[in-house]
Write a protein that binds this ligand. Structure first.
Ligand code: ATP
Ligand code: MG
Length: 183
């Protein structure tokens, strides 16, 4: 799965709409402390369906919305969009009708998140599964958070197994089995 574009507006320190083209090859994000490098990666994890505000260094999901600074009022919503290359047509059947997928997540203060894939409203689950499945296979992408290497070493066996399963791309399968068992 190839990410080609990231658009962020109102998310954490990215108050003005910002767009990032992700060119082929290695991409590095550099800048002084506190300039928003980690926020950028968090925006990417957030649009992929991250549901734990703690892992976004927030004390509630609304905290990801721009909180204001001395000269600038806070915002009431945040939006992140990621564009994924689907020219190989590997997306799930329901979304497999175009060469690129635009995945968007929006949050409004006190009313939670909504998700869209190519403009169509979908569930958080749809987006989470889309990316969980894309992590399957040898050419997968993997997100390694700051501090995560240490977590793997310090984790208890069961937690470590979950980390390894995530990396192996079976997380999506477990979610589906769990959903099937509930029915
Ligand atoms: P380092 O090099 O230290 O890792 P960084 O470039 O990763 O720094 P970030 O942690 O991404 O920096 O950005 C931190 C900045 O984002 C802080 O100035 C913080 O005030 C700001 N910030 C975080 N959340 C919000 C928010 N909801 N509204 C406004 N600003 C925010
Ligand atoms: Mg950082």
């Amino acid at each position: 799965m190839k990410l080609t574009r990231l658009k962020i507006a109102g998310f954490k320190s990215f108050v003005e709409p910002s767009e990032f083209l992700i060119e082929p090859g290695l991409t590095g994000v550099v800048g002084p402390n506190g300039c928003g490098k980690s926020n950028l990666v968090e925006a990417l994890r957030w649009v992929m369906g991250e549901s734990s505000y703690k892992s976004l260094r927030a004390s509630g999901m609304d905290d990801v919305i721009f909180a204001g600074t001395n000269g600038r009022p806070a915002r009431n919503s945040a939006e992140v969009m990621v564009v994924v290359d689907n020219s190989a047509r590997t997306a799930p059947a329901a979304f497999n009708d175009s060469d690129s997928l635009e995945i968007m997540r929006r949050i409004e203060r006190e009313s939670g998140s909504s998700y869209r894939i190519n403009g169509r409203e979908v569930r958080a689950r749809d987006v989470q599964l889309l990316f969980a499945d894309a992590a399957t296979g040898a050419r997968s992408h993997a997100m390694v958070r700051q501090g995560q290497i240490g977590e793997i070493i310090a984790a208890k066996p069961q937690a470590r197994r979950r980390i390894l399963e995530d990396a192996a791309g079976v997380a999506g399968l477990h979610t589906r089995r769990h959903e099937a068992e509930l029915r």
